[in-house]
Structures are given as C-alpha cells and as structure tokens.
Design a protein around this ligand. Structure first.
Ligand code: ZN
Length: 241
C-alpha cells in the first residue's frame, strides 16, 4: 500500500494542484489529510473539492472547524481571524457541513491522524519539540502518529522514553520504534522552504518520505491580494515562513 499523506492546504489551489500532480507519479493507493484545508488562501471551495475527490482519511484542523462555526475565533491571531471570516463568507452550506463533520482523530492501519496533539485534540495544541511530542507519543496506540498544524515537517522517533528528531526527511520505519511525523504544509510552509510539502509512505518497503514540489507562488499571492486578504498572507508564501 502506498499512502499519500498531506496537511495544511490552507486554500492554496496552486500548491494543492502541484502536489496532486506529483502524487500522480507516485502510484498512491490511499490519501490521508491531517487537516486545515481552508484558511489563509484564496481558493477554499476549490481546495475542498479537490481534497474530497481524493477520498482521503481526514481529520479536522482548527481553521476547518472555525470556518464551519464549530469553534470560536479567540484562538486566532488577527490575520488568521480575518482569513477565517473571509473564508466563512465564501463557503456554501455543503462545504460548511463537510468541514463541520470532520472528526478530530482517525485511524488507518498503523497510523493515527490528528491535527494538533492526542491530548485535548480539540484544543489544537502544537507539537514543536521532543517534550511536547512526548505526551502525544505516549497516548498513541498506533505505531505512527501523523500531525500537522505547525507547518514545519519533521520526523521524531521514540524508542522507550528516548525521543529524538531525525535529521533527514526520509526514514525506514522500524517496527521496534514509534514515530510522530509532521506532514508539513501544502499551502503555507513555515520551515523557510517555500515549496509545497507532501509525504509518501510505502508500507511494503516501509520507506516514509517527506517531499517538496515547486508551485506557482506568484499566482497564489495575486489571488490573495485580489481577494482583499491581509498582504502578509501573500508575502510570507515566497519566504516559506
Ligand atoms: Zn494550519
């Protein structure tokens, strides 16, 4: 089985199209999405449509639930808040229902999927270091926990109490080790690499790869500005932060 695993599309159609095109060459059997289809970018409807067409195992992100009116906006910074409000106005009843019905946790073979953390998943905490990763790995009954939310891809391994970052973005999954893997962000990477991020996991070879692909950033930026969204949401795309 070959899994295509991605997260944090954030309404960027150009980035999502580039990733889906790259996935065509990967012979993917099944897709997994760790949340935040919408928010920040100018194409929430088209992104929901394209994600749904891939029939993914998918969980809710904070932007998905906020856009659907399922959580308050006090969690968000001013730019994100503006983006959520703008997104809400674009979506129709059908899209809002789809986002509202997304669950916080999903299971698929040896994978658990959550946007933030396994403790209080509805509070959307961040995993940003080995300490914050520890609690989630402890709670994970599956071998691999896939997360998103910070837009920074990483692989953390856990052998007993010892947790550490792998310095490469590719690894062979070892059956004696547990993993927490951040799938990065399709539409708004924040690891200083502006290219769209996506993952491929082959259960036969057990190779897990975090990959990057160029996309038309200028086009995505122009649409954000034309939509009247905050300028910073456009400029940050070129910097990947
Ligand atoms: Zn996000």
């Amino acid at each position: 089985m070959r899994y295509g695993i991605f997260s944090d599309v954030h309404g960027s159609l150009e980035a999502l199209q580039a990733v889906m095109k790259a996935y065509k060459k990967e012979a993917i059997d099944k897709y997994l999405c760790a949340g935040d289809i919408v928010g920040y970018g100018a194409d929430p409807i088209e992104c929901i449509k394209l994600v749904r067409e891939s029939e993914p195992v998918i969980v809710a992100g904070n932007h998905d639930w906020a856009a659907a009116g399922k959580m308050g906006l006090e969690y968000f910074n001013p730019y994100a808040k503006e983006a959520v409000k703008w997104t809400q106005k674009q979506l129709g009843r059908e899209e809002l229902k789809y986002l509202k019905d997304l669950k916080l946790l999903r299971q698929e073979q040896n994978l658990t999927l959550v946007h933030g953390t396994l403790y209080e998943p509805g509070d959307f905490h961040y995993v940003y270091d080995i300490y914050s990763a520890g609690r989630t790995i402890e709670l994970c009954s599956a071998q691999i926990c896939i997360i998103g939310h910070s837009h920074i891809p990483f692989i953390i391994t856990s052998k007993g109490p010892e947790l550490k970052f792998i310095d490469k973005l590719q690894t062979k999954i070892d059956s004696d080790i547990k993993y927490i893997i951040n799938a990065g962000s399709v539409g708004q990477p924040r690891d200083n690499d502006p290219r769209a991020c996506f993952c491929v996991y082959d259960t036969e070879s057990q190779i897990f790869q975090i990959k990057r692909i160029e996309y038309d950033i200028k086009k995505a930026q122009a649409k954000i500005l034309k939509a009247g969204l905050p300028e910073i949401l456009a400029t940050r795309l070129a910097e990947g932060r």
